[in-house]
Every structure is written in structure tokens, then in C-alpha cells.
Ligand binder design. Sequence first.
Ligand SMILES: Cc1cc2nc3c(=O)[nH]c(=O)nc-3n(C[C@H](O)[C@H](O)[C@H](O)COP(=O)(O)OP(=O)(O)OC[C@H]3O[C@@H](n4cnc5c(N)ncnc54)[C@H](O)[C@@H]3O)c2cc1C
Length: 375
Amino acid sequence: MRGVITYCGLYTLGETPRQAVKGIAEEVLQGLRQFGAVTGPQRHRGVFVVFDPEGVKRVLDLLCHEAGVEVLLHAFVTEATRRDDRITDIVYRDHGGARRIAAKAFVDASGEGDLAALGGAATRYGNDGAVNLGTLGTRFGGIPKEVTITADRLAAAVQAARAAGKGPFSKDRSVVTRLPLSGDLVCYVASEDYDPRDTKSMSAAERRGRAQAWAYLEAIRGLPGCEKAYLASTGPDFGTRESRHIEALHRLTWQEIVEGRRQADAIALGAWGVEWHDRKTFESSFVYPPDKGCYEIPLGCLTSVNTPNLFAAGRVVDADQQAGASVRVMGTAFATGQAAGIAAACVAERGSVDVATVRQRLRAQGALIEASALL
Ligand SMILES: Cc1cc2nc3c(=O)[nH]c(=O)nc-3n(C[C@H](O)[C@H](O)[C@H](O)COP(=O)(O)OP(=O)(O)OC[C@H]3O[C@@H](n4cnc5c(N)ncnc54)[C@H](O)[C@@H]3O)c2cc1C
């Protein structure tokens, strides 16, 4: 989670937000409600739901256990074997060494597209040379709950600190929110330009990001009521918004979203805008989806173009610069993840994917897959 504690994309962005992602996401939300570990929907420039990270860990443990999922934590996938057009097995490493798993189908939910790249599936880094900027999430404790910190107040504090020669700071503003249980303040400001595929680049960014985090702390301490603020956590590692995408049967474009195109193989709904963080200017921009509503995501953009037993979920899916800057958010990743899992199960059972079966199973699991579901 990289210290990001706000689910975007679960709700549409209009006057009366409507839930656009259900299915597994709804099961997670229900679990979080039982722990009192979720608040919202709230508004910044979009609509988001705030969760407590420890609550999410516990809820995901419970859901995976109930579903019979064997979760292998701290296992890094380092190799994938390809035979003809299929990935047949992967190697992951733990402290015991290298271990191999064979499977009939795979989902790349690695964010970085590692599995696809290792398995010889077609991938690309970013889109046409543009890659969304990464940011180190920061959490601050020691700020009384009655002290209101808004994005504007944070920006003013940073600008004052910068004028006083303090720093380093990269950005002035971001989402600012409080954790549901502890009341800790969370924001996503400390940004760096780095290559997430290269540990040297990422390590240097993390060092510089932590220096920024301490500078932001000093700026926040300058606000009335925040004198006792402290840095509760950074990261734990840098949050990467974009890295590799698979080359898929369909590249989702913002143009087709703007046109409101209906997708015959729709398997999920996107409801977030084009949230772009620029690597050159470090400025952020946001473009709303048409009518602040939702758009359909086709199975084709989750399906590898040259590896039919490989599907992508989350920010690895195939989308152009703008569509990718929308579809990547966590609320939508729930939906693409669920669809990719069902599609992979379909391939494991019958050797190929059948769109009608995937859509029928998603509906049976309570997922919303067509924009008409929200009309
Ligand atoms: C600073 C910041 C703020 C953001 N704010 C929001 C927000 O407010 N709301 C929102 O919804 N989204 C937000 N996003 C976007 C969102 O966090 C990501 O786009 C989203 O997490 C993508 O999900 P994912 O599952 O595709 O990838 P990730 O969340 O990156 O998950 C990938 C996982 O795969 C693991 N992995 C990677 N490689 C390997 C490997 N080789 N072997 C084994 N495991 C591997 C990683 O450790 C990680 O756990 C933000 C992102 C950033 C960086």
C-alpha cells in the first residue's frame, strides 16, 4: 500500500457519488466497517474512502483464508519460463532459496509488470516516453484531532517554509487526510523522478524522499496546534504510479472514454479522472471523466497480446497515458484484479478465455461491469 490510505475509483465523482466498484471491493469495505477501520466517502478533488492500513491487512488475511488462497508473503518473483506462447512456471525467492511453481494461467499484479517482462510477454515502460511521477507517502502523528489541516493550509505552510529557506520540498499540495483510528495525518507530497525498475535509482529517490519528509514535518510544525507533530512513517517504500504496461489485445484510450464507448467485453468500471503527476514540472493535474460518471473497461486490455495465459491487473493493464492515469487507482484495481483472476481461472479450466463466462461469473460475484448498472 506504500502508505497510501485512500481508495479512489470506488465512487463516481458527481454531486451524488454512486458506487462503481463492488464485488471483492465491497467485501473488503464490509470487513473494514466491522473493525471501524474505514471512513468516507470524502471529497478532495475526487471522492475517496479512507482506510486504516492495519485494518486492511487483517481483513485481507481473513478474506484470503476464507477463500482458501495460499498467500506467500515476502516472495520475490525472479524468473518465468515460457514455452511457445505460454508462461508455464515461475521462480520466486525467499530466504530458503529459489522455488518453482507451475500453473496453467497467471495474473501479473506486480505493478511493475515483472512477471510479464520475465516471461517474455510484450511490455512497454510508460507511454511514449511519459511516465507518471512517484511519491513517498508520509504519515504524521502528534497533531490533535481538533486541528484542521486542509490541502490549502499545508500548501501555505510549505510555501512559508520555502520562503524562509527551508526544504527540500518537491510539491506544495496533495490529498490531506486523517487515519480513521489513530487520527494521524497522511499526505502524498515528497516526490522524486526515478526509474522503479532500477534499485540504484529507487534507493537514491528514497533517501531524498526521506529528507523531504523531515522538511515537510518542520513546515507542518509551523502551523498553530501542530508544534508536537512527529513523523510516524514514510513509505515503507516509494509509491510508484506507473511503470511497465503489458501490450494487450486492446489499449484503452481516453478518447474512447470521452466518447462514452460501450465495450462488448466490459469486465469492470472505471470512475476516476486522469490524475497526472508530471516528472518534469512536478505539477499535478486532474481531468474528470465525462459527466463525472464511469466508463467500461474491456477484458482485452487485461489480456496479453502474445501470451494468452497471462492477464494483468492494477496499473499494469494496457491503457494510454491519460486512461492509464485513471485506471491505475486502487478502487479500480480491485475490479481489474477480480476480472483478471476470473479470466485466469477460466484459462486454467478450459485452456482459453471465454468472455461470456468471465462476465457471468463477475456478475454472480456482485461485480459491476456495465455502465448501465449505474444509470
Ligand atoms: C503517492 C501515491 C498516492 C496515490 N494515491 C492514491 C489514492 O489516493 N487512491 C488510490 O486509489 N490510488 C492512489 N495511488 C495509486 C495507487 O496506489 C496505485 O496505482 C495502485 O496501488 C496500483 O495497484 P497495483 O496493485 O497495480 O500495484 P502495487 O500497489 O504497486 O502492488 C504491486 C505489488 O506487487 C509486488 N511485487 C512487485 N514486483 C514483484 C515481484 N517481482 N515479485 C513479487 N511481488 C512483486 C509489490 O511488492 C506490491 O506489493 C497513489 C499512488 C501513489 C504512488
